[in-house]
Design a protein around this ligand. Structure first.
Ligand SMILES: [Zn+2]
Length: 95
């Protein structure tokens, strides 16, 4: 990961920046787990932010983590969300 998911993370950042303009923006971290983007808020967030983060996580299971094209979770030795082309590249031994 996570070049393909950068637009999702950017959208989340923009949403927070707009909503909390002039206030403290909730800090968050993210990681990849089982082919899905996982977003953790630390403090200062509300239910709406959680819902937006959930949506981003759900979206990540439909977007290739490498190139950002439509993809789906693939059962490799570990699960990754990839498009057909990146799956082929992965099988050939590239990233
Ligand atoms: Zn791809």
């Amino acid at each position: 990961m996570v070049d393909g998911w950068t637009p999702i993370l950017t959208t989340l950042k923009e949403y927070l920046a707009k909503k909390y303009k002039g206030k403290v923006v909730p800090t968050h971290s993210y990681k990849e787990k089982w082919g899905e983007l996982v977003i953790d808020f630390r403090s200062g967030f509300d239910g709406e932010d959680m819902a937006v983060a959930d949506f981003c996580e759900e979206l990540s299971t439909k977007v290739c983590d490498t190139c950002g094209r439509p993809g789906e979770p693939r059962d490799l030795p570990w699960i990754r969300t990839l498009c057909d082309e990146c799956l082929e590249n992965h099988k050939k031994g590239n990233k």
